[in-house]
Design a protein around this ligand. Structure first.
Ligand SMILES: *Cc1c(COP(=O)(O)O)cnc(C)c1O
Length: 230
């Protein structure tokens, strides 16, 4: 059941790649498993999934401990500075760096634990009040500052597009993020690569792929609706 969902998302990604002249190997599907039990993660792990995304530090750590060590864990949620120390050596990639203070904290903990941490800069392309992320025009400066810090490497950009009925409405934001990554890449900043574009969720990942996404983050499309308990 979950395996079928996973395969369907995979084949949609492959189709979007084909239609836009991209190599399917250039797009990685991250299964966003927040709120879902270990057993469900194990099910798609057994089916071949190795990339999982979580948005809460404690949940990521618990699942990290419980599941096989060849999983790449993606921290995709807003990250508080006082929790950085719990995940610097567990997350393969932190997608949600949106301030210099956060980047400095990650750097400090990376140096302390003697690990190298890959990060993305989160950009609030659509300028939604409710979302985290740097503004488009402030992003390059944050990239430059973060790149100077020891123990961390800027690998690209991430955005969370608005919730929309028609995924085509988000094409403009994906295109803008891609353009920004091209612009920054052309500046050849030390310790910065713009190889990763993390964009696209259950509602709009095909559009994101056609605009150049290299990581798509799909939760509902694989695991079904989330239930939040209070
Ligand atoms: C929850 C979440 C997703 C997945 O959302 P779906 O709509 O369930 O696919 C992707 N990215 C981020 C940052 C999220 O928090």
């Amino acid at each position: 059941m979950l395996a079928d969902n996973y395969d369907l998302v995979k084949s949609n990604i492959e189709k979007a790649c084909k239609d836009s002249g991209r190599d399917k190997e250039d797009v990685t599907l991250i299964a966003v498993s927040k709120t879902k039990p270990i057993s469900m993660l194990q099910e798609i792990y057994d089916h071949g999934c190795r990339h999982f995304g979580e948005n809460k530090v404690q949940e990521l750590v618990e699942k990290y401990e419980a599941l096989p060590k060849d999983i790449k864990w993606h921290m995709i949620g807003h990250l508080q500075r006082n929790k950085v120390k719990y995940i610097v050596d567990k997350a393969a990639l932190i997608h949600s760096v949106d301030s210099l203070r956060l980047a400095e904290e990650i750097s400090k903990e990376a140096v302390k634990k003697q690990v190298e941490v890959d990060i993305l800069i989160e950009v609030n392309v659509a300028m939604e009040e409710s979302k985290f992320g740097t503004l488009l025009e402030e992003s390059e400066e944050l990239v430059r500052q973060a790149a100077k810090l020891p123990g961390i490497h800027v690998k690209g950009l991430m955005t969370i597009a608005p919730y929309v009925e028609d995924p085509e409405d988000n094409r403009q934001y994906f295109a803008q993020l891609r353009q920004l990554s091209v612009d920054i890449s052309e500046k050849n900043i030390d310790n910065v690569s713009m190889d990763i574009l993390s964009m696209g969720m259950s509602g709009d990942y095909q559009v994101a792929v056609s605009e150049g996404a290299t990581y798509v983050r799909v939760g509902t499309g694989i695991f079904g609706e989330r239930q939040y308990t209070v």
